[in-house]
Design a protein around this ligand. Structure first.
Ligand code: AMP
Length: 283
């Protein structure tokens, strides 16, 4: 079984020992557990590049609003640990809520601009929770590289911004989206979908594929691209929170596809909220 470490002082000591033992590049994969192939692909990326890989499993209460699924979010550490045993993982950092946020805790980290858009507009306290926990985890583990999925594109941008702004000495490695055979982006929340909802959920990747296809054919009018995106989602009767084309760096909405962009979608299927995205190139 992989070593499980729940205290910050122990994970620090553990990583210090790894470095003393000649492990020069330490890789880190932060997760909320309920691991699937998307998470495992991040571990594989770290294993390729680093001498040791650590994975954290922590369902971070600060990033859930009171009406969100914090309580029902799947927690299956034994299964996660078994999955990670099949890969080369040095230790799992699985702190308790009290270890991360002891009584009297009062500090947060805010990236102020790109967090106002899209996911941030829908979930106003979400990114503060994400940046705070990610910075705490990076300070606890002090990795050379940390691996994040492009699946959560805005989250990745927010973390890159934080790491640059605060001179965090960890290199962020963005990794590709891993999908189910039918195109649905893997997510720990997919298990909430009924078979019918699962079919509806595939409309997100179909919508993105159609948009990519149109842009590859030379369509530069983002209004037209948006219309295509929306039509496919509406036909599948999912509840659209947003579906649009944005600048890949600033995340502001584009009218013309004249720079590196990303098509982003958030949509509700029943009470499950799905997000997905696809990068678009201007030439
Ligand atoms: P989570 O456990 O949902 O907080 O995700 C932990 C990390 O796994 C984040 O960097 C996610 O972007 C990444 N991730 C989740 N799903 C996927 C996926 N389908 N493909 C690639 N990365 C993913």
């Amino acid at each position: 079984m992989i070593t499980q470490i729940s205290s910050i002082s122990e994970i620090r000591a553990h990583v210090a020992r790894l470095r003393e033992n000649g492990k020069r590049k330490i890789g880190f994969v932060p997760t909320m557990g309920a691991l699937h192939q998307g998470h495992l692909s991040l571990v594989e990326a770290s294993n390729k590049e680093c001498d040791a890989t650590l994975v954290s499993v922590f369902v971070n209460p600060m990033q859930f609003a009171p009406d969100e699924d914090f309580k029902k979010y799947p927690r299956e550490l034994d299964k996660d640990s078994a999955l990670l045993t099949q890969l080369r993982v040095d230790a799992i950092f699985c702190p308790t809520d009290e270890e991360m946020y002891p009584v009297g805790y009062q500090s947060t980290v805010d990236v102020t601009e790109i967090t106002k858009l899209w996911e941030g507009a829908q979930r106003p306290t979400h990114f503060r929770g994400v940046t705070t926990v990610v910075l705490k985890l990076l300070l606890a583990v002090q990795p050379d590289f940390a691996y994040f999925g492009r699946k959560d594109f805005q989250q990745l941008r927010v973390i890159e911004q934080m790491v640059a702004d605060l001179n965090v000495p960890t290199t962020i490695r963005p990794c590709p989206i891993v999908r189910e055979a039918d195109g649905l982006a893997m997510s720990s929340r997919n298990r909430y979908l009924s078979p019918e909802q699962r079919i509806q959920g595939v409309s997100l990747s179909r919508s993105l594929n159609a948009t990519k296809e149109l842009s590859n054919q030379g369509e530069r009018d983002c209004q037209k691209l948006r219309t295509t995106m929306h039509k496919i989602l509406e036909d599948a009767k999912v509840g659209i929170d947003y579906a649009t084309i944005v600048d890949r760096r600033t995340l502001t909405e584009l009218t013309t596809l004249d720079r590196p962009a990303v098509a982003i979608i958030a949509a509700r299927v029943g009470s499950t909220r799905l997000i997905d995205n696809c990068e678009l190139d201007a030439n």
